[in-house]
Design a protein around this ligand. Structure first.
Ligand SMILES: *Cc1c(COP(=O)(O)O)cnc(C)c1O
Length: 377
């Protein structure tokens, strides 16, 4: 019997036994078998993105942030100006990356519980012709909010600018279709909706732009263009690749395909979300976001106002019952998060809600209603 808790978090996530078993072999990184394995993984990632001919997949050792940093540092040139749409921690991270590389960066800020508006973006781009690139987070994992990516991308394209997308927490579960989406680059990682293990990220990027960006990135290890060129020439990574992680990701991609690809995975996550939110609302919890803004990835619940509430006790009670959840990350309101991605199914979420009810009883919280006087502004 599996005694480890299910990870109801934004990643790393619960993976399948097949994925974990795929790591039981050592691979030589210069060996033809591994080079083939890597090429297969890249081809599958490219195909999931819906991007084909003009794009390439550049895999990256490290967590998701490494790929986002490589994308910004390589594709935004010193003479460019980057506009970051920010309404959470991951937008803020892109701003910090650009600043650290000395790039000219400006920000369009929105409240944490509101989606970026394509109209506002349009005005901003009209007002500031110096903006060359726009960066946006697809699903802002800080809250679980899904931004209207296709509409935002259309505005960026109409204004003749380049779009960079952080699709970390949506890739593989929500349709992206970079074939039609006018995005210069999309960054994501192995250990979220693809249900692989942590240690590999990747950027899907227009090949021509990447070739033109040789020598732009000031960092040696995070130079996306150099990595691509080396891989195109030799099939190899410039530096030690995470061989076991790649083997696990290939298995995870086979499972993804068996589940029906993006559509099948998205369907399971949407059902997980439905069960979770309905169950928690029935207990009296409130979600931060209205349903139309909520991605089927992770849900932010407002903390109960009851004086008997204590997050640490809540966390421990759930963990003893086999579920690991996540603390909140809101700037202004106490909250916690429960994820619905990973190798978890609607019945797991039903059991999780039942466990929440038990822990509330144990803590003596009769009504988990939050303090609605607190606002986001
Ligand atoms: C997980 C995540 C990242 C990357 O975080 P790491 O901790 O570096 O893996 C970036 N952006 C978003 C939206 C994410 O959800």
């Amino acid at each position: 019997m599996d005694t480890e808790p299910l990870l109801l978090t934004p990643g790393p996530l619960t993976t399948s036994e097949r994925v974990r078993r795929a790591m039981m072999r050592d691979w030589g990184s210069r060996d033809a078998d591994f080079i083939r394995l890597n090429a297969e993984v890249c081809a599958r990632l490219l195909s999931i993105s819906g991007g084909v001919e003009r794009r390439v997949c550049v895999p990256w050792r490290g967590s998701g942030t490494f790929a986002v940093e490589a994308m910004i540092a390589t594709l935004v040139p010193p003479e460019g100006r980057l506009l970051v749409l920010r309404n959470g921690a991951y937008g803020a991270r892109m701003v910090e990356i650009a600043r650290r590389y000395g790039r000219d960066v400006v920000v369009q800020e929105d409240p944490e519980d509101r989606a970026h508006s394509p109209e506002r973006l349009d005005h901003r781009l009209a007002e500031d012709p110096a903006i060359t690139h726009v960066a946006v987070v697809h699903c802002e994992t800080t809250t679980g909010l899904l931004h209207p990516l296709a509409e935002l991308a259309a505005v960026v394209a109409r204004r003749g600018r380049h779009l960079l997308v952080d699709a970390m927490s949506s890739f593989g579960a929500l349709p992206l279709d970079v074939g039609r989406l006018p995005a210069l680059a999309v960054a994501a990682s192995a250990n979220k909706c693809l249900e692989g293990v942590p240690g590999l990220a990747f950027v899907i990027v227009e090949r021509e732009a990447l070739m033109a960006a040789q020598g732009v990135c000031p960092s040696l290890a995070l130079d996306l263009a150099a990595q691509y060129r080396a891989m195109a020439e030799t099939g190899q990574y410039r530096f030690t690749p995470p061989t076991h992680v790649l083997a696990a990701l290939r298995e995870a991609l086979l499972i993804h395909e068996e589940e029906g690809g993006v559509e099948g995975r998205g369907r399971r996550y949407r059902e997980n979300l439905r069960v979770l939110v309905a169950g928690m609302r029935e207990l009296g919890f409130r979600t931060l976001l209205s349903d139309e803004l909520q991605a089927p990835i992770i849900v932010t619940f407002l903390e109960p106002a009851s004086p008997s509430w204590c997050f640490d006790r809540f966390y421990d009670g759930l963990k003893r019952r086999g579920f690991a959840i996540y603390p909140g990350k809101l700037a202004r309101r106490p909250s916690f998060r429960i994820g619905c991605i990973g190798r978890v199914f609607p019945d797991d979420l039903r059991r999780a809600v039942a466990a929440v009810a038990e822990v509330l009883g144990e803590m003596g919280v009769d009504d988990p209603k939050p303090d609605l006087e607190l606002t986001m502004e």
